[in-house]
Design a protein around this ligand. Structure first.
Ligand code: 6R9
Length: 659
């Protein structure tokens, strides 16, 4: 079987989600060696409990579980009832005990160019020392520890040390403001905060401890702040509260006996933004979470311990960093790259250079970064040897077919399978994704729920739609890594996720989706981003996809703005590529016509604004709410979660001066 596209390559630049019909079957060689095969779907379907029981055997249990799932307290699940395990033991010690102590766990690459290789044996010692250090601070099972650290090995060590002693970590992204950190510390009543003096971003040392000091002024729950030395910059230390990581941890013994905790013992809280202003503390527990992250990391990335070099480019502050840098890969004895910095420091080929140097074979990143790479140009990756790559992953937002094809052609040499993985902070682990070596992949589709997972696309009444139909994505059966609630707010948990389809008992994901004729699932973006124009449902993603299929467009964001005639009108914000010949009104007309041609006249944007930048959160999601404010001529709302709060000024000024 060939690896080549099943369609006319001339259409590549013009495709969009609605008309996409290319499909790439796996190569026979890949399929023959793949970790999963098509039989997994039917096996899981035939006996879901037996299937998950089998997946749980990937882990080492100190006490066996007596029942796979107890859903009688829905929507609060209990998985692997009666089982006991230690999560950190599963991620570290057992690999050392099995004779892999010398295998590199982490190839760490600092932004300024410093590197550290950490073996599983060394990681075990570090985690034990840190666990003993936390115990010496009085941290015990069930306590909360907030962690705000850059992408340095101590971040991973700190998380595992918490897990080892049964304390919950609450990791707060390094770029979050003092106010954001404070609200999370208060909500979880964290007892200890672990941070660093500073962090390297874009070639400069930026302060971190200073932000933490500002955040914690008067925070009553916090007894101790542990400070990792990273940048070496001078920081004020409060002798009553602050302690250096190296002084606290280095003297600790490397012996620490892991205690086995109940499968449902809480593992971590991770805050995520919801529809209201207050972030939700998503709660995850131990046995089910670790089972599903290990299982999915194994089958979705076809990971082979001892052979692959894996790299997930996420930050530890997001769920992708939790599940696919810390828990999944380490449970599976991966050797992985952890990179501290930004992709264009000191040059735009940094990622490709790292892949070349470490022979990375599995690379997992986000569409927004892929589109940035496209903007920088394909000549940059072409200058490096990327032949070690054998699986490419995407996560975080729908990937438009053009970015998917670019990823495949320019990073994957036209043959590397791409897994587009749909999941959420709430789901804990990957839910919908192709399986490499099994699935014939389609550019822009996450395709099928994984074996053991059940998802449906339903209409307003909760009835499943047929092939070709669109609606809401729901999860109709419990899954091991599902959230166990919102920290301290049971009512909000029930309302946010379980009230929309209460009658059916479905989890409402908040995403729009459709089936294609083959029954494959295409994610269409958040339902709050689905526009209704003259009674037609149009996804912002579909219009964006059509826009970026135009050769002059680098990036696009689309919002539905209130319109007196049509209900909503489509407003697009577009960044042109540097080489675009047409600008201004000419470009706008051309693009409006292009969208009309690609999707249909109903999708023609009412307005297109050419802008220099788009407002993004620090995890790379476009903040459409702010663009909607611009589109509807409103005062621009809260910009505190933007990665760069100056972007909105830039956009407003550009619009005034017509640039
Ligand atoms: C893992 C993560 C979750 C939301 C989710 C959806 C979007 C994530 C996607 C995707 C289409 C994919 N999303 N992966 N949409 N295709 N492969 O990103 O978690 O930060 O909680 O975001 O992201 O809208 O509902 P989180």
């Amino acid at each position: 079987m060939s690896n080549e596209a099943q369609s006319n390559p001339e259409s590549n630049g013009l495709s969009n989600l609605l008309s996409e019909d290319r499909s790439f079957p796996p190569s026979e060689v890949f399929a023959a060696g793949a970790n999963a095969d098509a039989g997994w779907y039917s096996r899981a379907e035939a006996d879901r409990d037996a299937f998950w029981g089998e997946q749980a055997r990937r882990l080492s249990w100190e006490t066996d579980f007596s029942r796979v799932v107890d859903w009688s307290g829905a929507p609060f699940a209990k998985w692997f009832v009666g089982g006991k395990l230690n999560v950190a033991y599963n991620c570290v010690d057992r690999h050392v005990e099995a004779g892999h102590g010398d295998q590199v766990a982490i190839h760490w690459v600092g932004e300024p160019g410093d590197t550290r290789d950490i073996t599983y044996g060394q990681l075990k010692d570090e985690v034990c020392r840190a666990a003993n250090a936390l115990v010496s601070l009085g941290v015990g099972s069930g306590d909360r520890v907030a962690i705000q650290l850059p992408m340095i090995p101590e971040a991973i060590v700190a998380m595992l040390a918490c897990a080892r002693i049964g304390a919950l970590h609450s990791v707060v992204f390094g770029g979050f403001s003092p106010a954001a950190l404070r609200s999370r510390v208060d909500d979880a009543q964290a007892r200890v905060v672990i941070t660093s003096d500073g962090q390297f971003r874009r070639g400069k040392a930026a302060p971190m401890k200073a932000n933490v000091d500002e955040a914690l002024a008067g925070a009553e729950s916090v007894r101790t702040v542990v400070v990792v030395r990273r940048t070496g910059d001078e920081v004020p230390m409060d002798p009553a509260r602050d302690v250096w990581w190296h002084e606290l941890v280095e003297g600790q013994p490397v012996q620490h006996t892991p205690e086995a905790f109940d499968a449902e013992h809480p593992l971590f809280i991770l805050y995520t933004s919801g529809t209201t202003g207050k972030p939700k503390g998503i709660l995850h527990t131990s046995g089910g979470y670790l089972t599903q992250v290990a299982y999915t990391h194994h089958v979705v990335f076809d990971h082979k311990p001892g052979q692959d070099v894996y790299w997930c480019t996420a930050d530890i502050g997001w769920v992708t960093g939790h599940s696919y840098i810390v828990y999944g890969p380490l449970a599976n004895r991966a050797t992985q790259v952890v990179y501290e910095g930004t992709p264009n420091t000191p040059h735009e080929g940094r990622h490709w250079e790292i892949i070349q140097n470490y022979k990375v074979s599995i690379y997992y990143t986000a569409p927004t970064l892929i589109r940035t790479f496209m903007k920088w140009g394909e000549q940059i990756p072409a200058g490096y040897d990327l032949s070690s790559l054998r699986v490419l992953g995407s996560v975080g937002e729908p990937i438009n077919p053009e970015a998917w094809m670019w990823y495949r052609e320019h990073i994957g040499a036209g043959k590397t399978p791409i897994v587009d993985t749909w999941w959420q902070t709430e789901t804990g682990a990957i839910m919908i994704s192709p399986l490499p070596g099994v699935t014939a992949t389609k550019p822009g589709s996450a395709q099928k729920p994984l074996p053991g997972i059940s998802a449906k696309v339903v209409d307003d009444t909760g009835t499943e739609v047929g092939p070709g139909g669109g609606g809401y994505l729901v999860l109709d059966k419990p899954w091991p890594a599902m959230l166990r609630g919102i920290w301290g707010d049971e009512q909000r948990y029930r309302e946010t996720y379980w009230s929309r389809f209460a009658e059916q008992g479905y989890y409402f994901a908040g995403d729009g989706a459709k089936y294609d004729a083959d029954g494959d699932i295409w994610l269409l973006g958040r339902v709050d981003d689905v526009m209704n124009v003259s009674g037609h449902r149009i996804s912002t993603t579909e219009v964006e996809s059509a826009l970026v299929s135009h050769p002059t467009v680098a990036e696009a964001a689309v919002v539905g703005a209130t319109d007196p005639t049509t209900g909503q009108g489509i407003v697009a914000f577009v960044i042109l590529r540097g080489n675009a010949a047409e600008t201004g009104e000419q470009a706008v007309q051309e693009l409006r016509n292009h969208v009309a041609k690609e999707i249909g006249p109903i999708a023609k944007p009412r307005q297109i604004m050419i802008v220099p930048e788009l407002p993004k959160t620090r995890s790379g999601k476009i903040m459409r709410r702010l663009l909607r404010d611009v589109a509807e001529n409103r005062q621009i709302g809260d910009v505190t979660t933007l990665a760069d709060s100056a972007v909105m000024d830039l956009i407003s000024q550009g619009l005034k001066t017509g640039k």
